[in-house]
Design a protein around this ligand. Structure first.
Ligand SMILES: Cc1ncc(COP(=O)(O)O)c(C=O)c1O
Length: 395
């Protein structure tokens, strides 16, 4: 059978494999970027579903409008104002089936074969795959501890000129590194990029999973031109199974997004959206988020304790101030894929860092998820990984 040429661009199966591994019994998996299932508010969700079915059953089981359930969009626009001081009208919010769909739609909207997309490296594999599916040329830009390196952005814009059709970034608790852009870099970035006519996708999947008191202003807060498309999701703060997420864009862009959303799936699940709206009106999502970030912070601390105790000193990391990941760096001549091979034999999994570099240039890092395993599993799995790392580095 002959497949479309885009399939040739989609050969990296690390994310697919990571998601499959979560189904393997007795595997201690630090691989997938999932929240912890024990935090899902199952009873509250059940209650919301029952209320929705009791009071709006027919609407909930019908098709929904393509833009999404109006009340939910209104609540999201309100949340964006309260949390981030960003003013989007209800008609500038579209509900998507996971933020992954928003990334797919953004690629569909802006990318023709061979167009250039600029993005931070390392970066989220799911976005890389969504962009690859449209046969984009991915140009990776380096990051430092403040965010995207602006000199390299300028160089790339000079070099590729009109071919640059999109910039994709994750400014908060980035996947995979856990790092966040500084406020200064956010301002500088928007100031700089506003001189160009290139859309910026701001993936805010982790922005509310903050271990400190103050949330960072999103790029869209500084954007006066309507150049930034903001992508948010309830997957990490609530639960991923409902697949409820959203995209905010100014009206001129939104019209095009709606055409694509309609072509993709007509609408997101009406019942899931109504459940989400019901939950938001009758429960305190912020209290829930406060609770889960407290739990994740404790798990992060436990993971760091075991790393500090069990891993050789050459294994370095920067303390993540939110999100779900620790990014561990081994000496440059070491390959985390070899470490993974050994770890899998002892039923411990993680994602080797090379998968987050589409050009596969660096293989000495690993991404460790700390949210999804219990204290005991973190202790056990990381102790095994520490021993394997010591042995491997000593060779
Ligand atoms: C940075 C980032 N963006 C988007 C997603 C997709 O999330 P969802 O489709 O569940 O909203 C993920 C999932 O891991 C992610 O890490």
């Amino acid at each position: 059978m002959k497949f479309a040429s885009r399939m040739e661009c989609l050969q990296d199966k690390a994310l697919l494999n990571a998601m499959e591994l979560t189904e393997t019994a007795d595997m201690i998996s630090f691989s997938a970027g999932f929240p912890s299932p024990e935090t899902y508010p199952v009873e509250d969700i059940k209650e919301s579903f029952i209320q929705v079915l009791d009071h709006e059953g027919k609407e909930a089981l019908s098709y929904c409008s393509t833009s999404g359930y109006g009340k939910l969009r209104e609540l999201i626009a309100e949340r964006m104002r309260d949390k981030f001081d960003v003013d989007y009208g209800t008609d500038e919010v579209v509900i998507t089936s996971g933020s992954q769909q928003a990334l797919d739609m953004s690629s569909m909207l802006f990318i023709n074969k061979g167009d250039v997309v600029l993005f931070e490296t390392p970066s989220y594999l799911g976005a890389v795959n969504a962009l690859r599916a449209y046969e984009a040329e991915l140009v990776a830009l380096p990051t430092d501890y403040e965010g995207l390196v602006l000199d390299s952005l300028k160089e790339a814009l000079d070099k590729y000129g009109e071919r640059v059709k999109l910039i994709y970034v994750i400014p908060d608790f980035q996947n995979p590194t856990g790092r966040s852009w500084s406020t200064e870099r956010r301002k500088e970035f928007i100031e700089f990029i506003s001189a160009y006519d290139v859309p910026v996708i701001e993936d805010a999947a982790y922005s509310e999973l903050c271990f400190e008191d103050r949330l960072m202003p999103p790029l869209s807060y500084y954007d006066k031109k309507g150049q930034v498309v903001y992508v948010g999701t309830f997957s990490k703060t609530f639960c991923p199974g409902l697949r409820v997420a959203w995209l905010c864009a100014r009206k001129n862009l939104m019209e095009n997004y709606l055409i694509l959303k309609n072509a993709a799936d007509l609408s997101s699940s009406a019942i899931a959206q109504r459940q989400m709206a019901n939950y938001l009106q009758n429960h305190d999502l912020d209290a829930h988020i406060k609770w889960i970030t407290g739990l994740y912070q404790e798990r992060r601390d436990r993971m760091m304790e075991v790393i500090d105790r069990e891993f050789p000193k050459e294994a370095c990391y920067v303390v993540p101030r939110g999100g779900l990941f620790i990014w561990l760096e081994l000496p440059e001549d070491k390959d985390s894929r070899e470490l993974l091979r050994r770890a899998l034999a002892e039923k411990v999994a993680f994602i080797p860092g090379g998968s987050f570099y589409p050009s596969g240039v660096k293989n000495n890092e690993l991404r460790l998820n700390f949210s999804n395993m219990s204290y005991e599993e973190i202790e056990k799995g990381m102790t095994i990984l520490g021993r394997l790392t010591r042995e491997y580095l000593a060779e």
